[in-house]
Ligand binder design. Sequence first.
Ligand code: RP5
Length: 273
Amino acid sequence: MADLIPADTSFPALEPGTPHKKCTSNKAKGYPARVIGGPVPWSEPNPAYRPVSYTAESILKRPAYADGPEPAGPFKSYEGPVREENGFPLNPRGRTGIRERGRLGRWGANFAADPILTRVRHGQFELLAIRRGDTGEWALPGGMVDGEESLAETLSRELAEEALGEKKSDRFRELFEIRGLEVYRGYVDDPRNTDNAWMETGAVHLHLSEEEANFEPVAGDDASHAEWTPVRRDTLKNFYAVHGDIVTKAILEWQAVSGHDLDADGRARPKKV
Ligand code: RP5
């Protein structure tokens, strides 16, 4: 049977500089229609570009995690130095059709963390995935970094809240610190992104033994559903934002070190020598 992931698979969306695609479609709830009307990269002129200004009411009320109404640098990004226009940070992957912050709280990068938990059970490779309450799409159980949290702290807290049904839990924190493999750190082509506010994440893979992974996921917080889901070719296509690419990359890296390949149905088999 064919391989789950062809060996020459590449991940342009995970490369700094690649123009985004998903956030230029109109998928974010409550957002005005996006019109770009020309090239997406800032480096290419687009004289007709007239982005609509939009910041959600909930953000203007200034919850604890949100910045004030005026952008104030310096702005940080995993993608390198942030360009500014009249003091406004500019999305590193190009135009989005919307100015200001949309539903994101921070000007510039809004940092998140995404835990990638996997296991092999009865020969089947499985991923701990959630369904997002907002879009209904499959996603990693990730979330926003809170204040000065370390990556491992955010990973274990979000995992606990969204997929373990626990409010506070450090169950996986040490494992993330000791065995977690960082798969990606960079821009997320998220439907909520705007010209001046966007998502970035650190995604870390933890492959668990059958014993460690012997628990039933419980959805909580922003997740409407959580489960160990079998990874098959069609599964990987339908993930939120760039989560499908991130999971695919994690699997390729796991295959390289585990001595196993996955077939198109996600069944693990010893590598051919
Ligand atoms: C995505 O949004 C990140 O990759 C992360 O999974 C998620 C964080 O936002 P919330 O789930 O907290 O809304 O861009």
